[in-house]
Write a protein that binds this ligand. Structure first.
Ligand SMILES: [Zn+2]
Length: 433
């Protein structure tokens, strides 16, 4: 007599670090893997071409996951007899959740929310976003299946449901995994202070009472930071307030050069800035191209003198760079370099743009360089991650039987008033019975 199969969850990576979660749920001959990112460690100084498979494993930038990666990358065949049904999923397009997606074996389907599926190939159009696939041009992006939101996807005995969520990556989703006997929820990166807290609450209701909640815990990573830390450090209360502040700077400074930058994948923030700003918002051509190719949206843009022309952009919407440099009242424009050409006395808003923060060695020199040119620098951040109180609220919404915190420096600080809390080690298999 053979025993009944059990649901197994294996935690391959991204547990006590911020980013790069790689987790497998397996049942009998079916298994799924989520996500496919690379842990971000700028201090290693690795260039994309240094990041071969052995290096990625050596620094634990990805998980050593069997039977999912392309044999051309690993040198190991996939055991298709053991696994009759396989699929993978990425929750959102941040690199710590997506960068390694091209390493997935070509025959294994990869699912993501529709916006994530549309944006990733465009973000990787120069081959500088994702790790390259074996035997493909550098800018190749493997197929991603745009999941229909809230509709079940069958992978043998396992069912995946991709649901809308909220994070500072446009189109972020969460995942509900059902095996014949268990339900596992993967929050992806999540918050309640973005544009769509209602979507997060629906997600919580859909996953309520799950057997296991795999939750990100970025917000509990710095217990030493106190409540009264400066706003520069903590950021504004929510995304709505962030846009309001940006509008207010424009109203308060009718005659001053005003510039900004944001992170490319926070598309919704830039769309809101464009729609709400009193000034005409002008993007660098590369960013305008992203909106055009992924969302078919046309926006005013400019080229730097060294830029090549982009065919996809409407020539009628081009604003000359020289006009932007001279302007002090008409434009609010995205600056991406050449800070030495900005007007002294102008104001630049750094809104979660690169370099992202103190942990990046490039950050301090960047800030210093702008300030010394007599430009006022405002950092206007809004976190993509739930804070301590929001994490508690999210856990309370799901009421999980088992809580598995990942994607945090301090998983032990997330608690589960509704059941067990586990702290899996890297590579640990948890059998649900
Ligand atoms: Zn993220």
């Amino acid at each position: 007599m053979t025993s009944k199969p059990k649901t197994k969850v294996t935690f391959y990576n991204g547990l006590t670090t911020i980013g790069g979660p790689m987790i497998e749920v397996a049942y009998d001959k079916s298994h799924v893997l989520f996500d496919l990112g690379e842990v971000y460690r700028p201090e290693l100084g690795l260039k994309m071409e240094d990041e071969d498979f052995a290096t990625l494993l050596k620094y634990q930038l990805i998980g050593d996951v069997p039977d999912f990666y392309d044999p051309k990358v690993t040198g190991k065949e996939i055991d298709h007899e053991r696994w009759e049904h396989s699929a993978a999923y990425i929750s959102h397009l941040h690199l710590d959740h997506s960068k390694a997606m091209n390493l997935l074996a070509p025959e294994i389907p990869l699912y993501a929310g529709p916006l994530t599926a549309a944006l990733l190939p465009v973000l990787n159009r120069d081959g500088e976003f994702l790790l390259p696939a074996a035997d493909k041009p550098k800018n190749y992006t493997r197929p991603i299946i745009a999941a229909k939101l809230n509709e079940p996807i069958h992978v043998g005995d396992i069912t995946l449901t991709v649901v809308p969520s909220d994070h500072d990556a446009y189109g972020a989703t969460g995942l509900i995994v059902k095996t014949p006997d268990k339900t596992i929820v993967h929050t992806g990166d999540i918050r309640l202070h973005g544009y769509h807290p209602d979507w997060v609450r629906k997600f919580m209701a859909a996953g309520k009472g799950c057997d296991m909640l795999i939750i990100e815990g970025t917000g509990v990573s710095w217990p030493e930071r106190s409540e009264d830390d400066s706003e520069e450090f903590k950021g504004v209360k929510n995304e709505i307030e962030l846009t309001q502040r940006i509008v207010q700077y424009q109203k308060d400074n009718p005659k001053r050069q005003l510039t900004f930058n944001t992170y490319p994948t926070n598309v919704e923030r830039i769309l809101r800035i464009i729609s709400d700003s009193p000034r005409k918002v002008v993007l660098h051509a590369k960013r305008a191209e992203l909106l055009k190719l992924a969302l078919k949206q046309d926006v005013p843009y400019y080229y730097l003198p060294e830029d090549e022309k982009i065919d996809a952009l409407d020539p009628d919407l081009e604003i000359s760079y020289q006009d932007l440099l001279k302007d002090d009242h008409q434009y609010f424009w995205q600056v991406v370099g050449h800070y030495d050409q900005l007007q002294k006395g102008g104001l630049y808003i750094h809104s979660n743009a690169e370099p992202l923060g103190d942990f990046d060695p490039a950050y301090a020199p960047f800030i210093e360089n702008i300030k010394k040119r007599g430009i006022e620098l405002i950092t206007l951040r809004c976190s993509g991650h739930a804070d301590v109180a929001e994490l508690k609220e999210i856990i309370a919404g799901f009421e999980p039987k088992i809580l598995a915190p990942v994607h945090t420096l301090h998983p032990e600080l997330e608690e589960n008033p509704f059941g067990e809390r586990i702290l899996p080690k890297r590579g640990e298999v948890v059998t649900l019975s």
